[in-house]
Design a protein around this ligand. Structure first.
Ligand code: ATP
Ligand SMILES: Cc1cn([C@H]2C[C@H](O)[C@@H](COP(=O)(O)O)O2)c(=O)[nH]c1=O
Length: 205
């Protein structure tokens, strides 16, 4: 089974991904908890060329073109899919990924790239069984990640994150595997909502 957790920056993805991995492990499943950008050479290159200086790097952007940025994320993903995700699923493991190609669609689309081009570029990426979209108002996510960004960039970050949130919600209408979860709730309630969706998915297997 392959599960992806998506959402804007600070939506609670890594918190929920870890809780879900623990839930599966306690049930005796073999779990691979992973993320994008990855920790491989491609992921490191992305952090250096795209995310330099933390989130500010994404904002003042254009250290490299947005197309090059999308291609780098896709290259990192190709390695991720072929070296980790596919083999782990093949070995019967539960794969949980904190971000996947939906992040490229939501963020690089928000950068002005063409959505259909982005979908084509990521066509190699196998579709997950379930995508949990943690939906949160940007005001709340900014409170949660306050301190991670330079104050002068705050307005630009808020604008980008608002666009990204809207994009995710539009994507959820197009991709049936995406299920929206209210991320304003408590950590425990969100976890329970996610478990309910996962149990529903497990029943289909
Ligand atoms: N439901 C929640 N209510 C309040 N705070 C939360 C909740 N879930 C997570 N947090 C807190 O919000 C912050 C961001 O959470 P987390 O790192 O899990 O988000 P993320 O989506 O993985 O972030 P990023 O995209 O920036 O990596 C952390 O300090 C975390 O403890
Ligand atoms: C996979 C992926 C990520 N991004 C952006 C989204 C975030 O702002 C950063 C990653 O930060 P995190 O704290 O490690 O979640 O990268 C993107 O724009 N496109 C992508 O495909």
């Amino acid at each position: 089974m392959f599960i992806v957790i998506e959402g804007i920056d600070g939506a609670g993805k890594s918190t929920q991904a870890k809780l879900l991995a623990k839930w599966f492990e306690e049930k005796g499943y073999d779990v691979v908890l992973t993320k994008e950008p990855t920790d491989t050479a491609f992921g490191k290159l992305i952090r250096r060329l795209v995310l330099t200086g933390g989130r500010e790097g994404i904002i003042d952007g254009a250290r490299i073109s947005h197309e090059a940025e999308a291609l780098l994320f896709a290259a990192d993903r190709a390695e991720h899919v072929h070296k980790l995700i596919k083999p782990s699923i093949g070995a019967g493991k539960i794969v949980i990924s904190d971000r996947y190609f939906y992040s490229s669609l939501a963020y690089q689309w928000a950068r002005g790239l063409d959505l259909d081009w982005l979908i084509d570029l990521n066509r190699f990426a196998i579709r997950p069984d379930l995508v949990i979209l943690l939906d949160l108002p940007v005001k709340e996510s900014m409170k949660r990640i306050n301190g991670r960004s330079i104050k002068t960039e705050f307005d630009k970050i808020v604008e980008l994150q608002k666009k990204v949130r809207e994009n995710y919600l539009k994507l959820a209408e197009r991709f049936p595997e995406m299920k929206i979860v209210n991320a304003l709730a408590s950590v425990k309630d969100i976890h329970n909502d996610i478990v309910a969706l996962v149990e529903h998915e497990l029943l289909k297997k």
